[in-house]
Design a protein around this ligand. Sequence first.
Ligand code: GSH
Length: 311
Amino acid sequence: MSEADIILHHYPRSPFAEKVRLALGFKGLSWFAVEQPRMAPKPGLTALTGGYRRIPVMQIGADIYCDTRCILRELERRHPHPTVFPAASAGRAEMLAGWADHHLFADALGLVFGLHGDRFPPELHADRARFTAGKYDRWDSLRMKARVPDLRAQFAIHLAWLEQALSGSSPFIAGTALSVADLAAYHPLWYARGNLGEEAGLGAYPRIGEWLARLDAIGHGSPQELAPEAALTIARNAGPAEVMLSHETGLFRIGMRLTVMPDDWGFDPVEGELVAIDRDGIVIRRDDTLIGTVHVHFPREGFTIRPAIGQ
Ligand SMILES: N[C@@H](CCC(=O)N[C@@H](CS)C(=O)NCC(=O)O)C(=O)O
């Protein structure tokens, strides 16, 4: 293995991981797959991130990329062809991806748990109730079931929008070329279809059906299994790469201690020293007794940044 190898921390049934696996496939990349648990604790993951437990996380040597928005941007920087950020849909594709990652994903998740929550162990319900701090009806099966009719109606509206967006001259959601909007809209439907089969109701939307088939055919590139301990050793033996963000600081001084935390779910703050920040991303440095120095990268969008206590 080399320090530039892509390692994806994931688990097979994770929809957000599927979004990245599809990008890896589209770009025709080889990568290493580390399977992480689907609930906390995830010691082999949080040792790298400093507390962030969401899936997926991408690791390249001692650089740790959290959140699919940040992961896709970094993949694009390192492997620009073929692009998942075509110029013709710049901005628009990101906006649509934000809608899909939240609204479409919430419909799919709510339907899967509302219809078949009993397929998942009670420990998972309890974990997700803590993870989302009470959102999604506290993951209470009865309350989730009661919301199914509303969710069906919401899902139908969102699917109808997609069907319209895929009309005639637009084989992809934001136009003639695949973009992050397609990757983001794909994973909730992949998840709904995988868990609900025909009950997901996708059969009523022929253009979505054709579009899904096109994306299904992309595949995942060439993954190879890697043990979690091996990924930690790679981080320990590597040094963080040169930082590519501009060092624009605004409110924050380089070197100050900060916490970075998602603003929607998975409220685990990660503390470290500011290395770089710009409009789109932030990099913090962590010096860890187990794995040495790592740089942890986050997007700005969807994250809150605060001075660490005592700053
Ligand atoms: N905005 C995040 C969302 C990630 C996310 O919520 N992932 C789910 C899995 S699909 C998760 O971490 N669930 C809890 C868990 O796996 O522990 C991203 O784009 O990466």
